[in-house]
Design a protein. Structure first.
Length: 199
């Protein structure tokens, strides 16, 4: 599924018309609730169990971030090697969330949902699975981070109870050796660290 503007891998879906977009061509706008298309989607979520599902996660990570390694909370992770949940329609993977436990938390390292399935509850259910895993392991919180340009992710996490508690300035720019251009052309520099306390 390619961006309808340039053909590169799409990572977002327009909330009004449904067109698929890459980060370069996505724009941030305010829309009323009547323009948010929500439809029921029959999907399942399960812990990753097969090499085929792990391979699908590798493809997601390359598509969404261009690399298999993620730097978050001052740690480097190879995303496809982590424990993960996958969301599936029939037998196809449409989304995933990978995670790693710490002494008192679980870090949600990477979350990705194919653009055609966004805004349909997939990301929310994946987050809930990680929250359940954290509770099962006796952790007090779930951690997640996003880049400073990714306002859709920032809005997604905050609307699900996460709160910014720390900013790591310039860490993304230092990782890449330069300031990249992100969503809407915003400079990508900083890691915004968020947490959700579990009761």
């Amino acid at each position: 599924m390619g961006c309808e503007q340039c053909g590169k891998d799409a990572v977002y879906r327009c909330g009004v018309c449904g067109r698929l977009l890459c980060a370069k061509h996505a724009r941030l706008v305010t829309v009323c609730a009547s323009h948010l298309k929500k439809s029921e989607l029959g999907f399942t979520v399960q812990k990753i169990v097969s090499e085929r599902e792990r391979h699908a996660v590798r493809k997601f990570v390359r598509r969404f971030w261009g690399e298999e390694e993620q730097l978050t909370f001052d740690r480097r992770f190879t995303v496809a090697e982590l424990p993960a949940y996958v969301a599936k329609v029939h037998d196809g993977v449409i989304g995933f969330i990978s995670f790693s436990p710490t002494s008192d938390a679980i870090i949600a390292v990477a979350l990705g949902v194919l653009p055609g399935y966004q805004c349909r509850g997939v990301g929310s259910r994946l987050i809930k699975k990680v929250e359940g895993e954290a509770r099962r392991l006796g952790k007090s919180r779930v951690l997640v981070s996003t880049s400073n340009d990714d306002l859709p992710a920032l809005g997604f996490y905050q609307s699900r109870g996460f709160q910014i508690y720390e900013v790591s300035p310039n860490i993304i720019a230092e990782k890449h050796g330069k300031v990249l251009r992100g969503i809407g052309g915003l400079p990508v520099r900083d890691e915004l660290r968020m947490q959700k306390m579990l009761s």
